[in-house]
Design a protein around this ligand. Sequence first.
Ligand SMILES: C[S@@+](CC[C@H](N)C(=O)[O-])C[C@H]1O[C@@H](n2cnc3c(N)ncnc32)[C@H](O)[C@@H]1O
Length: 262
Amino acid sequence: MRRRHRRVVFPALDAVTPPLLDEVWRPLVEEHLEAGSPCGWFEPAYQAAVARGARLPWHEGAAHPWLVDWLDAPVHTPPGRRALVTGCGVGDDVAPLVAEGYEVTALDIAPTAIMWAHQRADERGGGGDGTVAWRTGDLLDLEASLVGAFDLVVEIHTVPWLPGVVRDAAMAAVGAAVAPGGVAVVITELATSEAERSRLPGPPWPQAPSELAAYRAGGLVRLALEHPPAESEATMEVRGTWQRPTGTDPVAPPVRPLPTVG
Ligand SMILES: C[S@@+](CC[C@H](N)C(=O)[O-])C[C@H]1O[C@@H](n2cnc3c(N)ncnc32)[C@H](O)[C@@H]1O
């Protein structure tokens, strides 16, 4: 007899969806960081959100408006239509890329996020039907087939949710996915002063502006770093565009850091 799979009911992400309580997801972060697994908490956090009909703290229910704006008026036009979304979560940033005619690979470490994203795309009628490659995978252990394979790489708010020990590796992997001539669009949170940065509880841990040098170290050239004017908060959201110059090969991503022993 064929076993029937129960269809998971994923929460709708609208104005009435409650956030997953800090008391539920923050202990997962601590537990996994202590165990030397900096990204291990995302999957149980997604599972907890689904079980409780809740949203995760980063869920907006729509594509990031700065990505939509970038696609309307690119800082630099990508040389082709192969796009990668790193840490795609529930996939809301995939839809505008599909609408612009990109062939999208959407990567996330959490299988539940990928299932949720796939189902949302099915419901919307864009990207669930085979036009998007939904991939469960680890950015910190980037598959060789993804290196240098994309004209456009979109990274939105994954890095600030990772602890310092793996951030350079994550940014290097974002850069490594960019093909010669291709571009990376990165939206992240920067701390406006080091003092403020150390006061803020994380995750997310806003990035120090100097951390962005990791993209340059990976062979990318910065074309723009944009943010709204007159920011007076401790952190500010920024949108950066980097390019891998034509004729230069992507640098292989670094080896994943080993957990502490003993
Ligand atoms: C803060 S969320 C942001 C999600 C989405 N980009 C957004 O802006 O809504 C970070 C996402 O990155 C994923 N992630 C974390 N570490 C990862 C890794 N090493 N490789 C791939 N995805 C990862 C998480 O599962 C999560 O979906």
